[in-house]
Design a binder for this molecule. Structure first.
Ligand code: 48F
Length: 256
């Protein structure tokens, strides 16, 4: 075994995977629960799905459960999604179902990859490709380069649909709105900003507001609250999973 063979194999595999994804059906920005569910289902249906995650570890806000205590709550309506991803749960006396957050994060990541989604970590989406009043792709850069503020120009990925699944940050929609003189599909044409915690309406709102916010750009998960002015919900994850499933249903019809 030669050391250089290990390096050559890694470089070959990595760049083949990246080249396979520079023109794709869907780019999902952010590998949190909503993005992983949507990506897994879309890939299973046969679409080419590229999930870009800026951090080293996909999983977003799942890992820490609530305040670092490693359980997350899920409502009955979302149990079918846990089953689809082979994730275990236990019923609590409140009627909620409790999931080990480490199993939830790793199960969604593993499930999405097994269903065929391509997840790339350490890639930050820093901007969008906007062509003739339509989002046509994403502008990507190396997370470390951006952290250091190095003046390195980015690359691009072309996609039929782009999804902002960046959670509270709603980074993609915020960038689109800030840099372009455009109107989003919101009452003011701008992101409305997230409201304080109110779990029940927040859980409904995250699913209702999973939609197209600008031609070619969709929003799911916690980013919907920031874009459409809804409440946050804390460590209950059914809405996130159902938002990912709703996005899958929207996109499978749109892309077919
Ligand atoms: O926040 P996050 O987990 O997204 P989500 O699917 O789920 C929200 C819940 O975790 C939690 C909650 C539930 O009750 O309130 O917060 O809405 O994951 C978002 C991911 O997007 C990544 C970020 O690192 C995180 O892993 N991300 C954010 N901005 C970018 C990005 C970017 N510009 N490029 C790439 N990844």
């Amino acid at each position: 075994m030669k050391e250089i063979d290990i390096s050559r194999a890694i470089i070959n595999f990595h760049f083949k995977a990246l080249l396979d994804n520079i023109s794709t059906d869907v780019v999902i920005v952010g590998a949190g629960p909503s993005g992983l569910v949507a990506g897994g289902y879309l890939a299973e249906k046969g679409f080419k799905v590229t999930i870009l995650e800026k951090r080293l570890s996909p999983g977003g806000g799942i890992w820490g459960g609530g305040m670092g205590f490693k359980y997350a709550a899920v409502q009955e309506e979302a149990l079918h999604i846990l089953k689809d991803f082979n994730i275990n749960y236990q019923k609590d006396e409140s009627g909620l179902f409790m999931v080990d957050s480490l199993e939830l994060a790793s199960g969604l990541i593993h499930g999405a990859i097994q269903k065929g989604a391509n997840i790339f970590n350490l890639i930050t989406v820093e901007d969008l490709v906007v062509r003739e009043n339509r989002v046509a792709g994403v502008v990507i850069n190396n997370t470390f380069a951006l952290m250091e503020g190095f003046p390195i120009d980015p690359l691009t990925i072309e996609a039929k649909a782009v999804v902002d699944a960046t959670g509270h940050e709603h980074d993609v929609v915020a960038t689109l709105s800030r840099k372009n003189d455009i109107k989003l599909n919101t009452p003011t044409g701008k992101p409305l900003g997230e409201r304080s915690l109110f779990a029940e309406p927040a859980e409904k709102g995250v699913v209702e507001n999973t939609k197209e916010v600008y031609p070619g750009l969709f929003v799911c998960g916690m980013a919907t609250a920031a874009v459409f002015g809804y409440y946050r919900m804390g460590p209950i994850f059914g809405g996130m999973l159902l938002s990912g499933e709703k996005l899958y249903n929207l996109l499978k019809d749109r892309l077919s």
